[in-house]
Each structure stands twice: as C-alpha cells, then as structure tokens.
Design a protein around this ligand. Structure first.
Ligand SMILES: [Mg+2]
Length: 262
C-alpha cells in the first residue's frame, strides 16, 4: 500500500517544541491506558472481540487500512445505539491508566521533556478520560494530536480523521518528522502498542513497544517483520529507567536499541 508522503491535515497541530534535547511522543490507547478504549467499546458494545481482532490482523497483514478497519469498529458501536455521551461516560468509568505513567509524566515535566499524546482515537474522549485519571490540571497541559469526533444533533457520531487521504487516518509520522527537520533535532522517544502506531514505528530514535497480555502484540509483530529496532516495556515505570539512562548520558540510543533484533 503506498501512502501520501505529506497527507493534507484537516486538523491543526500544536506548535513543535524547538530547542528541546528530548521529546516524548506516545500513543494513548493501550499504551498510556491499560486497555485500548476503542477496542473496549467495540468488544463490549459493538461487533465484539472476535471480529475486532480479525480486523486488527487484517490491518497488520495489509488486507485493510487502519482508517477503514477502525471506522468499521466505531460504526458497530454507533449501530448498537451508543451515543457519544454514553461512550464518554463508559470510558471514564472503565478505562485505567498505566500504573507508571503519572510518575513518568512528572519526571519528564521536571526535566523539561515535552510529552505529547499522538492518538488515532478521538480527542474529546481522550480528554474526558485523561482528566478523570490525572486530574484537570495535567490533563489540560498535555498536548494531544488525535482525530476528532463529529457529534450529530441526535447524539450519534462519526470519527473525523486528521488525514482522510491517508490509509492510516492519522499518519503519526507527521508528528515526528517536523522534529527531524530541526537544525538540532531532539532525541525522540515514541511509545506504542498496536496497529495504529505502524505509521510512526520507524521514525523515532527509540521506539518503545508495550508488551500486551493475550497475544495482542501487533506492533511488536510488525517491528519484527519489518526489522525495526525497538525496546519492549511492561509499563511506564520500566520505560522510565530506560529513558533516564539516556537522558542522564549513562547509555546511548545505540546501547538501548542496538541489539533488539539480534
Ligand atoms: Mg494503542
């Protein structure tokens, strides 16, 4: 599948952080949260887990695009009568934070390292869950680059993709590449777990791939297939020590990712 190199964005980007030595970009669903909220809605309120997993595997195998597969998942939730506000309420109730994320975020903030959420989910749902989990203050400070939701008068809804011309729907490389183009680019850490991160996988300096229970290691499978170096992590507390070792110059990027495909 060929992808447009610079897909037109229907949504704005926050300004990039110039003059930083390190920047963290992270997927939201299933990476900062313990369970992917869109998978959760689809598994429990849409067409179910079996069909959703098959959809993920079809994306991984290149039989469907992320954009189209993801839209089918969300449409199955709407088709079952779940209005946008219901989804928000359910997710605020049921979605949990990675146990190490708060400390990870606090440490990054203390060390002047921006943390940017780069998500294929919908920004209003992410904000609603985030404010519930980390509090209003941190939730309003964290930058989110995501898709949007179009909520109709009757409460039904659709996803609005950031990059509708891209098969990724939201091409996450577009959040990374402007940093690469800076005169002195920062060291870029990217965190992800699934098929929504394929567009970002090869562009970071250090790619952290979350280890998932139940064999849903789609990003790890993709990285192994495509020979993309990565660091597996269980939660943000283990990732923090790796990030610290690089930031404190105890290890190089090469030390950390060098042997990951050996
Ligand atoms: Mg994810």
């Amino acid at each position: 599948m060929s992808e447009p190199i610079n897909p037109e964005s229907t949504l704005l980007y926050p300004p990039i952080h110039k003059d930083k030595k390190f920047v963290v970009l992270s997927d939201w669903d299933g990476t900062i949260t313990t369970y992917d909220s869109n998978d959760y809605m689809t598994d429990n309120y849409g067409f179910g887990k079996e069909k959703r997993r098959q959809g993920n595997l079809d994306i991984l195998a290149g039989k469907d695009t992320f954009r189209d597969g993801f839209r089918k998942m969300l449409e199955s939730v709407v088709a079952n009568g779940h209005l946008f506000e219901d989804c928000k309420r359910i997710l605020r109730r049921d979605i949990k934070l990675d146990p190490g994320f708060k400390d990870f975020y606090a440490w990054c903030k203390e060390h002047d390292i921006p943390v940017i959420i780069v998500s294929s989910g919908m920004a209003p749902l992410i904000r609603a869950v985030l404010s519930n989990l980390v509090g209003e203050k941190d939730a309003s400070e964290i930058e989110i680059v995501a898709n949007e939701a179009i909520v109709h008068e009757d409460g039904t809804w659709d996803i609005q993709f950031r990059h509708p011309s891209s098969g990724f729907g939201h091409d996450k490389s577009q959040s990374i590449l402007p940093y690469r183009a800076l005169e002195s680019p920062p060291t870029l850490f990217f965190f992800g777990d699934g098929v929504s991160d394929i567009s970002a996988a090869k562009h970071a300096d250090v790619l952290f791939v979350k280890e998932k229970p139940g064999g849903e290691n789609d990003l790890a499978a993709y990285c192994i297939r495509e020979r993309i170096k990565h660091v597996l992590f269980q939660d943000f507390s283990t990732a923090l020590s790796v990030v610290q070792s690089i930031v404190e110059s105890k290890k190089t990027v090469e030390d950390v990712v060098g042997s990951s495909l050996a």
